[in-house]
Ligand binder design. Structure first.
Ligand SMILES: Cc1ncc(COP(=O)(O)O)c(C=O)c1O
Length: 418
């Protein structure tokens, strides 16, 4: 799996039926004269010039500046400093987990956790076909073999029955991905993991603050990996964290994160370590963001409730799932465009782009990725494929206003009436 391997496959080369599923380029965004003015960024307080509504943006404005200034004033800008530990403790606590290990980003958090679980060549790791590329790449970095399962149509998350069917003597781990902020049905998954002696690593990159049966994502599996990329519910710009209740695993992750320096003597390395450290500057932002986690999650849930209510009147827009026993945090407010809608998903996105509304298509499943296409050739995952063909997300930032949501839904209504 490297740059020398041919990865020239185009959608057309994959076959006509597959090419029909894979979305094309994003439509060009136009500024709009009618979109609501920016109110949330102080600089633009009175700005009512034409604008666009971005699909996502961070919400800063708490203690971020104060804490970052403290790093600069004190010279603690690298990967030591008080904010690393304080952020790790505060975020782990917010996830109902005992330990937090801050990392450079969510992808390396996944890789680091898998490395600490001693996953390597000859092992199999079960993941959903419908996920972001980092999930499968992290498995590939270890040399283990990713095994794909389809999503269930009800929650868009990995189908646990299919996980059971894919377990072999080589299986070492399962990575349940809490898709778009909706937690996986973890009880049966953990039962399977315990029964077969497998690691369960939550890919919680999109699920800060999400809950399953009253418990937070991040403490539901043996370990979890979070991302703090700028579009996440809370952000450090770039960043990630492993949370776990396993003290030994946390200590190993901490050591491997830092070149596997040996406690016996300096520059002495017994394991293959990495430099996956986070800086104190990022952690300063992370701590300030964690202080507002509940508030920012509540804003996303409030926005989702308003979208749900307003979109209910438009036939053919399928609103996002929320199972009975979970709290979905709606990282992205995600919908499916059904056949009864007046336009296809791509036509609707083009229409919204003309109105200054940025949207994003759902993930392209892993078996269709050029880099993995040969590996999974012939395997099909109909639910993941349907999600890819019909799904997109609306603007979803915590800072989105009710006025903006009304503007977006009215534009969708106009698309339907055309
Ligand atoms: C499901 C999932 N896993 C992993 C990642 C990787 O996180 P990062 O971008 O911080 O490396 C993402 C990023 O968006 C993601 O959505």
């Amino acid at each position: 799996m490297n740059l020398r391997q041919p990865t020239q496959t185009t959608p057309a080369e994959m076959g006509e039926d597959i090419a029909r599923i894979i979305p094309g380029k994003d439509p060009e965004l136009h500024v709009s004269n009618t979109a609501p003015p920016v109110k949330r960024i102080p600089v633009h307080e009175e700005d009512d010039s034409p604008r666009i509504i971005p699909v996502c943006e961070p919400t800063l404005g708490g203690n971020e500046k104060k804490y970052v200034t403290e790093c600069l004033d004190s010279n603690w800008i690298s990967s030591a400093g008080r904010f690393i530990t304080e952020f790790e403790n505060a975020f782990a606590q917010a996830c109902d987990a005992q330990y937090g290990v801050a990392c450079a980003n969510g992808t390396v958090a996944l890789h680091l956790a898998l490395a600490a679980m001693d996953i390597g060549p000859g092992d199999e790791v079960i993941i959903p076909a419908f996920t972001m590329i980092a999930t499968i790449n992290a498995v590939a970095y270890t040399g283990a073999t990713p095994v794909l399962v389809d999503s269930e149509p009800r929650t868009w998350n990995m189908d646990i029955n299919q996980v059971a069917d894919k377990i072999t003597p080589k299986t070492k781990a399962i990575i349940p991905v809490h898709t778009y902020g909706h937690p996986v049905d973890m009880a049966p998954l953990m039962e399977l993991a315990e029964k077969h002696g497998l690691w369960a690593l939550e890919d919680a990159a999109e699920a800060h603050g999400a809950e399953y049966r009253g418990a937070r994502a991040g403490g539901l599996g043996h370990a979890a990996a979070f991302s703090f990329y700028a579009n996440k519910n809370i952000t450090t710009g770039e960043g990630g964290m492993i949370t776990t209740n396993n003290e030994k695993l946390a200590a190993l992750c901490r050591n491997l994160r830092d070149h596997a320096f040996s406690p016996e003597r300096h520059f002495w390395h017994k394991y293959l370590g990495f430099n996956y450290r986070m800086t104190n500057l990022q952690a300063a932002v992370g701590l300030a963001q964690t202080e507002r986690l509940d508030e920012l999650v509540a804003a996303r849930r409030r926005n989702a409730a308003l979208y749900n209510q307003l979109l209910a009147d438009i036939p053919g827009i399928v609103t996002p799932p929320e199972a009975k026993d979970v709290k979905n945090v709606y990282w992205m407010y995600s919908v499916m465009v059904a056949d009864e809608f007046a336009m296809t998903r791509d036509e609707l996105r083009r229409f919204l782009a003309q109105e200054g509304i940025e949207t994003r298509t759902f993930f392209i499943p892993m078996h269709f990725q050029p880099i993995y296409y040969q590996q999974f050739k012939g395997q099909r995952f109909p639910v993941a494929e349907d999600l890819c063909r019909r799904g997109f997300y609306y603007p979803s930032a915590s800072s989105l206003t009710a006025r903006e949501i009304r503007y977006i839904v009215t534009a969708t209504q106009r698309a339907y009436m055309r």
